[in-house]
Design a protein around this ligand. Structure first.
Ligand SMILES: Nc1ncnc2c1ncn2[C@@H]1O[C@H](COP(=O)(O)OP(=O)(O)O)[C@@H](O)[C@H]1O
Ligand SMILES: [Mg+2]
Length: 269
């Protein structure tokens, strides 16, 4: 069996043999072979996403195991490792409506809680056709503020990373680029604190833009003022659009899975 680090390492976690926190997971190759591919990586820098079922329960698996050596080590280890640490910290901070992380396998594969529902992007992005309740956005804004107060910044607060659960509540996924600076973080960590502050601004800016499409009256003057992008945020968004989306992402190409899915459906692992 592969060595795993899981939530049961934390104090206060349940420790019965059946709980996902303390479950023994198979090796990554075996796990992926038994999983259903949900979404192939869109570039070398993003993970393949699978659904794994065990004892009638679904798990979401994000994995860089099928990427080439370079991407697995450069992106895989850092982004998956970061998401794992942030999910653990979110759980410890008792932030609701974020998936629980269950295990990090072989430093390239993350197992987390599967959230049933739909992305706010895609089919649900049309505000006219999709009557998403005002309470959804109120709760989403409160959730974001709660995260920020606790020191978290998501950094990629797009519609695609917001899920509408089956009971109509907002869930925030994809914490791979998030930062965590809890209150009391030393002033010596000035770079981390600056990135965290900038990401919080970016979160607010993105969320205000999203809510504006549905219920603009929900945004207070103060939120509108606070969400105004500074030159750094503008520059960041420009660089991301120009160099990342149209440059690096294409340059690194697609993974084996992405190519397969483009040809008409990737097989399971
Ligand atoms: N915990 C989850 N529960 C259900 N679906 C998820 C979960 N996490 C991710 N997904 C699905 O997988 C897709 C890609 O995952 P995401 O974490 O956003 O990775 P990426 O960095 O590639 O955008 C999401 O858009 C969503 O459809
Ligand atoms: Mg995403």
């Amino acid at each position: 069996m592969a060595t795993i680090r899981c939530m049961s390492d934390l104090p206060g976690q349940p420790n019965d043999a059946e709980s996902p926190e303390s479950a023994i997971w198979p090796r990554v190759s075996e796990l992926l072979a038994k999983s259903q591919l949900l979404r192939a990586a869109t570039s070398g820098g993003t993970a393949n996403v699978y659904v794994y079922e065990k004892n009638g329960r679904k798990y979401l698996v994000k994995s860089f195991a099928k990427h080439n050596f370079f991407m697995r080590w450069i992106f895989g280890r850092s982004t998956i490792g970061n998401e794992w640490r942030v999910l653990k910290a979110l759980k410890e901070a008792e932030i609701p409506c974020v998936p629980q992380g269950f295990a990090l396998l072989e430093d390239n594969t993350l197992i987390m809680e599967f959230i049933g529902g739909m992305q706010l992007g895609g089919k649900l992005s049309d505000p006219i056709k999709n009557n998403i309740k005002i309470s959804f956005f109120k709760e989403l804004m409160m959730l974001m503020k709660k995260c920020h107060l606790a020191g978290f910044a998501h950094g990629d607060f797009r519609r695609a990373n917001i899920l509408v659960s089956e009971d109509g509540r907002p869930w925030v996924i994809d914490w791979a680029t998030a930062t965590y600076c809890p209150p009391g973080t030393s002033k010596w960590h000035f770079l981390r604190r600056a990135i965290n502050r900038q990401q919080q601004l970016s979160d607010l800016y993105s969320l205000v833009k999203i809510i504006d499409d549905y219920y603009p009256e929900l945004i207070t003057e103060e939120e509108r003022r606070a969400s105004r992008p500074n030159w750094l945020l503008r520059l960041g968004r420009y660089l991301r659009r120009t160099f990342y989306r149209h440059g690096i992402k294409k340059w690194f190409g697609r993974t084996k899975h992405a190519k397969l899915s483009k040809q008409g459906g990737a097989p399971n692992a």
